[in-house]
Design a protein around this ligand. Structure first.
Ligand code: F3S
Length: 401
């Protein structure tokens, strides 16, 4: 692998042991994947922030690295933590968990990382431009950045993203190269796909089928940001898909020539199988979760409008980035949602929060990704459907028949 003089000096330890460790990680990955060189990155998104997933060993690892005086060289944002950093008590999070979670955030902050705690960094200022190389490690954000924005990133792990932040570089392989960005599957969609949940069900089915591939969608009509975010998040969950194209919509599809000659044809003529796989037969709903990936202002507004004059019986969480939550507050949306008994929760989500501490058994969501992970990560029985069905369940406490 060709390394610059500066990179060689980093490897030799000239910049200290923390930077040496970081560049060793980046170079080791590059060697595994056959990279010829490293590439400077414009931004980093670090996952692995919740104490629920990190545990004491993860916290110690971060503290040790931070203690070596390393600093992020490029703008670096953080994935959701295990709790709302300001209102954790109101959510029922224990003192012990909160203390350890704050220690994790402090370690990241000591490394110059912005404690944004969101999986939608592109909605709150970390917005890469077309063609820029980045190193992100939140699967839904990776998918959005590659596909909708046309930036270039592999699915980094937490430590490799942190190493990229500290060195300002990643290894040039995988989706940083043109030849790996061509579609491996052409997906012809012959059924109506309208709601965010429909896009999630479609993503779940396609992800399962293409596994690590690059799908190219034909026949998709609704192209709002929210639906593309749901589509990508679901494919990332069920099939580790990091890049997709939508004919006439996403930037590389618009430029043309993006389908590989040997691409496989796939037809989707019904979403039923996706809905069936992501639903359990549970009737009583304890918690309704909206905002996976984190809700945009438009999505929060939709919830506030629907709840007008209603009162929820189940817990209702709309999870979002703190900055988006603050904008919702300024527009009076948080007040309207809280007047109905719901809650706008910042910095966290249902999958990374210690839900097992909250004595909940069932959840309804309009997110295929949340429905995919909640049974295994949070031990919940899940109902998955459209936003209106979920909000109806929040009001009645039961899944609408
Ligand atoms: Fe984001 Fe949590 Fe969903 S990190 S994509 S809200 S599982």
């Amino acid at each position: 692998m060709h390394l610059t003089l500066e990179e060689k000096a980093m490897l030799a330890g000239d910049f200290g042991p923390g930077i040496k460790k970081a560049v060793e990680i980046v170079v080791a990955l590059g060697k595994i994947y056959g990279a010829q060189e490293l590439v400077p990155v414009r931004s980093v998104q670090v996952a692995g922030v919740s104490y629920k997933n990190l545990g004491d060993a993860g916290l110690e690892f971060l503290r040790e690295w931070a203690g070596q005086g390393v600093q992020a060289r490029v703008p670096t944002t953080l994935n959701p933590a295990g709790m709302d950093l300001a209102r954790w008590r109101e959510l029922g999070i224990s003192e012990e968990f909160a203390r350890q979670q704050m220690a994790v955030i402090e370690a990241f902050e000591a490394m110059g990382i912005i404690p944004s705690c969101s999986c939608t960094p592109y909605l709150t200022g970390n917005l890469p431009a077309f063609g820029q190389h980045i190193a992100w490690s939140e699967s839904s954000a990776v998918s959005f950045a590659n596909s909708v924005l046309g930036a270039r990133t592999n699915r980094e792990g937490g430590p490799s993203a942190l190493a990229a932040a500290i060195t300002g570089r990643t290894a040039r392989y995988g989706l940083h190269l043109d030849e790996n960005r061509r579609a491996t599957h052409v997906i012809e969609v012959r059924c109506p796909v309208a709601s965010e949940a429909d896009f999630g069900a479609l993503g779940y089915l396609v992800g399962r089928q293409v596994k690590n591939g690059v799908p190219y969608f034909k026949g998709l009509r609704d192209r709002e940001q929210g639906t593309l975010k749901a589509l990508g998040a679901a494919m990332a969950a069920s099939g580790a898909v990091a890049l997709y194209h939508v004919e006439g919509v996403t930037p590389e599809a618009r430029a043309g020539g993006v389908v590989a000659a040997e691409a496989e044809a796939v037809v989707v003529d019904s979403l039923d199988e996706g809905y069936t796989a992501l639903n359990s037969p549970v009737d009583q709903i304890d918690l309704v979760s909206i905002g996976c990936p984190h809700a945009s202002l438009v999505e929060i507004e939709e919830v506030a409008r629907w709840l007008e004059g209603k009162r929820v019986r189940a817990k209702l969480w709309i999870t979002t980035a703190r900055e988006t939550g603050e904008r919702a507050q300024e527009k009076g949306l948080v007040e309207r949602i809280e007047a109905a008994g719901g809650r706008v929760v910042a910095d966290t989500c249902l999958v990374v929060a210690p839900i097992e501490e909250l004595s909940l058994r069932s959840m309804a969501t309009n997110s295929a990704k949340a429905a995919f992970y909640a049974p295994t990560h949070s031990g919940l029985e899940v109902r998955f459907g459209r936003l209106e069905q979920c909000l109806e369940a929040a009001v009645t406490g039961r899944w609408p028949g």
